[in-house]
Ligand binder design. Structure first.
Ligand code: D5M
Ligand code: FE
Ligand code: ZN
Length: 525
């Protein structure tokens, strides 16, 4: 029988619920009859095992040779295919002493190039901390008061970043000031409208009321008006009109990231793969590309890739978009997660996986989205991923990574001029979220917001890396030294995407050096 490709062995084992050591895979794929060997190995595994080791495979392969040795008679005389406990070890010992090519310390297949590499990692060097995760803390009931609370929290936290820049006057006291006074105001954008002369009125709201602010079209500032989203918090400085009815804006400030921001880096050479939008269960899910990726993770080239971050849309989900069921490969939602878990098992067992949900996942759509519930965690437990909410800040060996699925990017791209944000350059849309220090400012429209005690969507601390997905386009770059990466996807173009001319970047894995924040893009399709 021809030798099986390691990928097929991995898939076979995964479909039975097992992860495998690399050497176990290479041994199985070079076995005389891989399919039978897999069956035997799986049969012999203890009930609580989820990983196939080299020793497991050797025990079986050696046992098989033992039973078919010349003089051993026909199969009828051989031990039964499901031997009792004693036969496994005995057979193994027998063959170990009589054969050179099954030396457990130096398996011959180990030298066969790319497939034979064994990762050596020191898990003690790792560290992962999670912050800003709503999971387990959700209190919102959806009542009006909750919305007041969350917007108040947003205003307070983003406002405090702006108070140092302007001398804030509460809106209700401005109208009592003398015309011509200098005015500073920190407010949430309540409305943006143009006047008949082509100027802009930006209505800002604070805790006391609203006040109109005029940006004239001939000012450079008019360019910033293009970038405003409702409900974001900004500050302005200007001059009060003679009748104290409006402020003529001279300066406009976003909370922003300081230009001098110095990101933290890891103390050793270690890498993270940043992916998203796997969409298992969709007919367009690219199983081959994913398997190529996970196979690559087993090679020497990927030895330093110790973290895998997945920014949402693990599965295709059910009923996410109209007529989506026509493109489903797996109809049942739980089955989709079971499949997804199989694909996770292809990832080297030592790797640390951290994931957040997206809009296709089986959690509430309103953001912040809590991490998966107990049932789904159980289904995905084989590789023991860390499951956190969307968004969350994951600090990996000192490097803080703000993970956010990216639903708001659709809105930023739709509302901003092409040169400021587009599907072809999704990282530029991310820059605006960093500038606003909020991952999804605009409530209503496309965005659903779950009211909580605090606004989990505020970017309180500047992250070192900002990781999103959702728009299925690959793009990365630095904004004030913060690395912004929008990972592509593992799904081919869907009919919907065809109809709106979205050409997805499928089968890419951006790899980040955590010691330098350099990025390498790997393609697997
Ligand atoms: O979204 C992938 C991208 O495609 C994202 O930019 C939204 C867009 N998309 C995909 N399907 C639809 C439908 N049916 N309506 C509107 N926008 C859509 P994802 O969330 O991964 O499907
Ligand atoms: Fe997606
Ligand atoms: Zn999405």
């Amino acid at each position: 029988m021809p030798q099986e490709a390691p990928a097929r062995v991995v898939r076979e084992l995964a479909s039975r619920g097992y992860n495998a050591e690399r050497e176990a895979v290479t041994l199985l794929s070079s076995a005389d009859d891989s399919a039978a060997a897999i069956e035997r190995v799986v049969d012999e595994l203890p009930a609580d095992a989820f990983k196939v080791t080299r020793a497991d495979v050797e025990a079986v392969l050696d046992g098989e040779r033992g039973t078919s040795r010349p003089g051993g008679g026909s199969d009828a005389n051989a031990p039964p295919p499901h031997p009792s406990v004693s036969s496994g070890t005995n057979a193994s010992n027998e063959v170990d002493t009589t054969s050179n090519d099954r030396n457990p310390n130096r398996s011959p297949v180990e030298t066969k190039g790319s497939g034979s590499f064994e990762r050596t990692v020191d898990e003690a060097l790792r560290s992962v901390e999670i912050a800003g995760d709503v999971t387990g803390h959700s209190t919102g009931t959806g009542a009006y008061d909750d919305f007041v609370k969350v917007f108040r929290d947003r205003y307070d936290r983003l406002g405090s970043k702006l108070r140092g820049r302007v001398n804030h006057r509460p809106t209700d006291s401005i109208e009592d000031m003398v015309g011509g006074s200098d005015v500073g105001l920190v407010g949430m954008v309540n409305d943006v409208r143009s006047t008949k002369n082509g100027h802009w009125i930006v209505e800002l709201e604070d805790t006391n009321g609203v006040f109109p602010c005029l940006v004239t079209k001939d000012r450079d500032l008019a360019d910033s008006v293009d970038e405003l989203l409702f409900d974001e918090v900004i500050a302005i400085e200007g001059t009060l009109s003679d009748d104290a009815g409006i402020v003529f804006v001279d300066e406009l400030y976003f909370p922003d990231v300081p230009r001098t921001y110095k990101p933290s880096t890891a103390d050793r050479h270690v890498q993270a793969a940043l992916v998203s939008d796997v969409h298992v269960g969709s007919q367009e899910f690219m199983a081959e590309a994913w398997t190529q990726f996970t196979e690559w993770l087993h090679t020497a080239e990927a030895e330093h890739v110790e973290y895998l971050l997945i920014a949402g849309d693990m599965v295709e989900g059910v009923g996410v978009y109209p007529n989506q069921d026509e493109e489903l490969d797996v109809i049942d939602l739980y089955e989709q997660y079971e499949r997804f878990s199989e694909y996770l098992k292809q990832v080297p067992g030592d790797m640390e996986i951290i994931m957040i949900p997206g809009n296709h996942d089986a959690v509430r759509l309103a953001e912040p989205q809590p991490g998966f519930d107990e049932d789904l965690r159980e289904i995905m437990s084989a590789h023991d991923p860390r499951i956190v909410g969307n968004p969350s800040t994951v600090t990996v060996e000192g490097v803080s990574v703000l993970m956010y699925h990216g639903k708001s990017l659709d809105e930023v791209i739709a509302e901003f001029p092409e040169e400021k944000a587009s599907y072809d350059e999704p990282h530029k849309a991310m820059y605006h979220l960093l500038k606003k220090r909020h991952v999804a400012p605009q409530y209503g429209g496309h965005m659903r917001l779950a009211p909580e005690e605090q606004d989990y969507l505020v970017i309180d601390d500047v992250p070192d890396v900002f990781h999103t997905g959702h728009v299925h386009k690959l793009g990365y770059g630095k904004y004030h030294n913060v690395l912004a990466i929008n990972s592509g996807c593992w799904q081919e173009q869907t009919d919907f995407q065809k109809s709106v001319n979205i050409d997805p970047d499928s089968g890419y894995a951006p790899i980040v050096d955590l010691d330098t924040l350099d990025v390498t893009i790997r393609k697997f399709s």
